[in-house]
Design a binder for this molecule. Structure first.
Ligand code: NAP
Length: 345
C-alpha cells in the first residue's frame, strides 16, 4: 500500500487536530469527512480546520455516501464516549469494509460493560475482514498500555498503581469547562447528577485492560464517586479565553478506582484533572523487581491522543480481522516515516 486512505468521522476538537496532523504526514490521504455539526456540514474541510488551502473534501452528514465513495482503508472516529451511542457509526464503516480506530472510551475494553455490542462488532469486523480498535491517550495508553508494558520487566506482579495528574490551566477551554472549573461546588454536584459533567470515562476500561493482559481474574472493580477539588487560591488559565478559578470555587476533579483480586487491591488508578495541579504520571509496580517511574510533565491529552490514534493506523491495518484492544496489538511505536513503510499487507 503506497498511501493510506483515511475517512474522518467527527471533526470536533480531536478530529480536527488529527486531520491537521495527517495533512503534514507522508503516505496518508484524507478522502472523506463526516460530522453532524451544522457549522461544519457542507463546508470544505480546509475551512472547518482553519487551514489556508481548500482541501476539496466537503464535510458531510451522510456517512453511507462518504463511505461508499471514499474507498477508504481506515476510518478515524472521534464523536462520543459511549459505545451504545457510537455503535451504529462504527458498524457502518465495518459494513463498508473499512478498518476503524476510535477514541470512544468504552470501546477501549468493551467486553464487560457492553458485551453484546462488542460481540456484534467483532463478528461484523471478522465477516468483513477488517479490524476495529478503541484507543487514545487515556484510556488506551497512559493508564493501561504503559503499565502493562512496564510489567514486561517483572518476574512477579503483586499490585499496580498509576496516578495521572494534569494541570487543566494548560488545557483547551472546553476541557476546563468539562471538569467544572470555575463553578461552585453545588453547581458541579448538580451537573454531575444530571450527567452534564461526565468527567473522565475509562478508569474501568483501563483496569480491565491491565487485568486481561496479566490474565488476572478479578473479584470486582470499584470506581469511587467523582470528587470535586475546591481551590484554595486564585488560578488563572494559561490558555487565552480560559477559566479563572477563585478561592472556594471548583478547580476540577479527582477520580479513583481499584480492582480487587483474591480480596486484595491489585490495581489502583487515580486521575487528577484540575486547574493548578502538578503535572505528572506516577507508575508504581509492587513486584519483582519493583518499578517506580515518574513522567513529568504528564503526557499532553490532545497531542498524545492524536499521536496514539495515527500511530495505531498501521497496527490496525496489519492486524487480523475482528475487534481488538491495545494489548492485542504489537507494542506501540511512532510513525515518523512515510506511512506506507509500516503497512504489511
Ligand atoms: N480515549 C481517549 O484518550 C480520548 C481522548 C480524547 C477524546 N476522547 C473522546 O473522543 C470524543 C471526541 O472528543 P472531542 O473533544 O473531539 O469532542 P467534540 O469536540 O465534541 O467533537 C465531536 C464531533 O463529533 C460530532 N458528532 C457527534 N455525534 C455525531 C454523530 N452521530 N455523527 C457525526 N458526528 C457527530 C460533534 O458534532 P456536535 O458538536 O454537533 O455534537 C463534533 O463535531 C469524546 O467522546 C472524547 O471523550 C477520547
Amino acid at each position: 500500500m503506497d498511501t493510506v486512505r483515511v475517512v474522518l468521522f467527527g471533526v470536533g476538537a480531536v478530529g480536527s487536530r488529527i486531520a491537521k496532523f495527517l495533512l503534514e504526514k507522508e503516505g496518508i490521504e484524507i478522502v472523506g469527512a463526516i460530522d453532524i455539526a451544522t457549522d461544519k456540514v457542507g463546508k470544505d474541510l480546509g475551512k472547518v480546520l482553519g487551514v489556508k488551502k481548500r482541501l476539496g473534501i466537503m464535510v458531510s452528514d451522510d456517512a453511507d455516501a462518504v463511505l461508499s465513495e471514499a474507498e477508504a482503508d481506515v476510518m478515524l472516529h472521534t464523536t462520543t464516549s459511549f459505545l451504545r451511542q457510537v455503535y451504529p457509526q462504527i458498524a457502518k464503516a465495518l459494513e463498508h469494509g473499512v478498518n476503524v480506530v476510535s477514541t470512544c472510551e468504552e470501546l477501549s475494553y468493551p467486553y464487560v460493560i457492553e458485551a453484546s455490542l462488542a460481540r456484534r462488532l467483532d463478528e461484523l469486523a471478522r465477516r468483513k475482514g477488517v479490524t476495529v480498535l478503541g484507543t487514545g491517550v487515556n484510556p488506551g495508553f497512559v493508564m493501561d498500555t504503559v503499565p502493562i508494558t512496564l510489567t514486561g520487566a517483572c518476574q512477579k506482579v503483586n499490585a499496580i498503581k498509576v496516578t495521572r495528574s494534569l494541570d487543566a490551566a494548560n488545557r483547551r477551554v472546553p476541557f476546563q469547562k468539562k471538569i467544572g472549573a470555575g463553578l461552585t461546588p453545588q453547581e458541579v454536584k448538580q451537573k454531575l447528577e444530571k450527567k452534564e459533567i461526565t468527567a473522565h470515562v475509562g478508569l474501568e476500561q483501563s483496569m480491565h485492560l491491565i487485568a486481561s493482559a496479566l490474565g488476572w481474574e478479578l473479584d470486582e472493580i470499584e470506581v469511587a464517586p467523582v470528587k470535586p477539588v475546591i481551590s484554595k487560591e486564585r488560578v488563572v488559565s494559561k490558555v487565552e479565553g480560559g477559566v479563572t478559578v477563585e478561592p472556594g470555587q471548583v478547580a476540577g476533579l479527582k477520580q479513583s478506582g481499584w480492582a480487587v483480586k483474591a480480596g486484595k487491591r491489585v490495581i489502583s488508578l487515580e486521575m487528577h484533572a484540575y486547574m493548578g495541579a502538578e503535572e505528572y504520571e506516577l507508575y508504581t509496580i509492587d513486584g519483582v523487581p519493583p518499578i517506580n517511574m515518574k513522567n513529568t510533565p504528564c503526557m499532553h491529552g490532545d497531542l498524545s491522543t492524536v499521536a496514539v490514534i495515527v500511530n495505531s493506523i498501521p497496527k490496525v491495518i496489519n492486524a487480523p480481522p475482528g475487534l481488538v484492544t491495545m494489548k492485542d496489538l504489537p507494542i506501540p511505536s511512532a510513525t515518523p516515516e512515510h506511512m506506507g513503510k509500516y503497512i504489511k499487507k
